[in-house]
Design a binder for this molecule. Structure first.
Ligand SMILES: [Mg+2]
Length: 457
């Protein structure tokens, strides 16, 4: 049996090689062309001896969420990987991990992620871990000549739907005009931020303890501790905005809303019910993500869908929300939720509970492409945020990829190895954060200053 199988395989290989020769030579491919295809063979493929030799950074400053630190992992075979620390976070979140990855084989992505995972945490604390994970995948893709999505199991879709962040406006009409502008840009899904700001200067709309504003923001009080509650008049103002926006973009286009303002749970429920007629895709982060019971109470009290997740790091925390159906949808930010593979696993976990996954994102095209590959490979993906639709040079930060990066509301999934982008040095250098160099040597991060790797005894 074994012998026969071996014989058959030998026969098959012989005929395959004959077919290959016929294809390459028999059809008259010129020798020079055949030679160039041989020269295109990836010379970096000595996977077993590949080692990380360096980690460097630069920092981009852009309108909107910023700064955006970009990292580069170098190796002993010339191949390198790019990653990005989550927007607004410090590059040091990544650099503190340098001494933990130097000398390691970057292709052991999962092993290296678990090695550094304990240095990640909620919100921006995970920025360094996720940036390194992205860069490891970029290297792996280049070494094996495969786009990152392929290494996650292949594509569910060829293009990634983008949802448009839309800046605030002072009047319902001005907001509606901005939303309409997004639709005219070709976007197929719009998100608008309508919160307590729209109630300013309108007496009788918000029940608010005196001087609460500074408590809310300076002392970082979660929503329900502010004492803020909406009046009927206040809810009418929110609806005035939403109504104008729906009039402008129509009712057949997905519309989401974020930054409701810091309100009590009962006010959020009343607002959710008032919003039902606008058929929203979601109300986002209505209260902090860890109040599972209260989120479930809100979710169960209105047919306006709820979503959360951009500040969650641990997959177990996403699972708690999904298994209890405390929210209708989840919304990880890949640069917080542990990078490409972990976010893909979060999507698969959520799928089992019947929960769709949108993706939060506000960085440069480096992190954007990490999201694109993850979204391509994840079955229950809905739409990926973009926060730079009004920044003309955003897409010029990178090369290799077709421009415009966003075509009629989608990003086509690239087939080039790794993340599929390289940096445009000139453009990045034009937008550096003050006082930051461009991938300068970082020997001060070479040595481990502590021995805190063990998370159990
Ligand atoms: Mg948000």
């Amino acid at each position: 049996m074994f012998y026969n199988r071996l014989t058959n395989r030998r026969e098959m290989m012989k005929s395959t090689m004959a077919l290959f020769a016929a294809g390459l030579l028999g059809k008259g491919v010129p020798a020079a062309e055949a030679q160039s295809s041989i020269q295109n063979v990836n010379k970096h493929s000595s996977p077993s001896t590949l080692k990380i030799t360096d980690l460097r950074y630069t920092v981009v400053k852009k309108p909107g969420p910023s700064p955006c630190p970009i990292i580069r992992i170098d190796t002993n075979q010339g191949v390198y990987g790019l990653g990005e620390v989550r927007d607004v976070a410090n590059y040091q979140y990544a650099m503190v991990l340098k001494s933990r990855i130097i000398g390691e084989n970057p292709l052991n992505v999962d092993y290296l992620f678990e090695k550094i995972a304990q240095f990640g945490g909620v919100a921006r604390q995970a920025g360094g871990v996720a940036a390194i994970e992205m860069a490891l995948w970029d290297i792996a893709g280049k070494v094996y000549g495969a786009p990152v999505y392929q290494m996650l199991g292949g594509k569910w879709r060829d293009k990634i739907r983008i949802y448009a962040d839309t800046p605030e406006a002072d009047t319902p009409q001005a907001f509606a005009a901005k939303a309409k502008g997004r639709k005219e840009m070709g976007l197929t899904w719009i998100k608008v931020d309508i919160g307590t700001d729209v109630l300013k200067g309108r007496p009788g709309t918000l029940v608010e303890p005196a001087d609460q504003h500074s408590n809310e923001y300076d002392k970082r009080l979660p929503h329900m501790f502010t004492g803020n509650e909406l009046t009927d008049k206040g809810i009418d103002v929110y609806c005035e905005y939403m109504s104008a926006i729906r009039e402008a973009i129509g009712y057949d286009m997905p519309l989401s809303t974020d930054h409701l303002g810091h309100l009590g749970v009962n006010s959020i429920i009343r607002l959710g019910r008032a919003y039902e007629k606008f058929n929203l895709e979601w109300m986002e982060d209505v209260i902090p993500w860890w109040y599972t019971d209260l989120l479930k109470q809100i979710t169960d009290s209105t047919t306006t869908p709820t979503i959360t997740g951009e500040d969650i790091y641990e997959i177990a925390d996403f699972e708690k929300l999904c298994s209890t159906h405390a929210v209708d949808k989840i919304h990880p930010d890949l640069a917080t939720s542990g990078g490409i593979l972990r976010t893909h696993k979060i999507g698969d976990m959520a799928y089992r509970y019947g929960v769709p996954m949108a993706m939060h994102f506000a960085g440069t095209p480096i992190s954007c492409m990490a999201n694109v590959h993850c979204a391509a490979a994840t079955r229950n993906f809905l739409a990926l945020e973009n926060h730079a639709l009004d920044v003309p040079w955003w897409q010029d930060l990178v090369n290799e990829i077709d421009k415009p990066i966003i075509k009629n509301g989608y990003i086509p999934v690239p087939d080039t190895p790794g993340l599929g982008v390289t940096l445009n040095d000139d453009v990045v250098k034009q937008h550096l954060a003050p006082g930051v160099g461009y991938f300068e040597p970082t020997p001060m991060w070479d040595e481990k200053q502590s021995f805190d790797d063990q998370t159990f005894s």
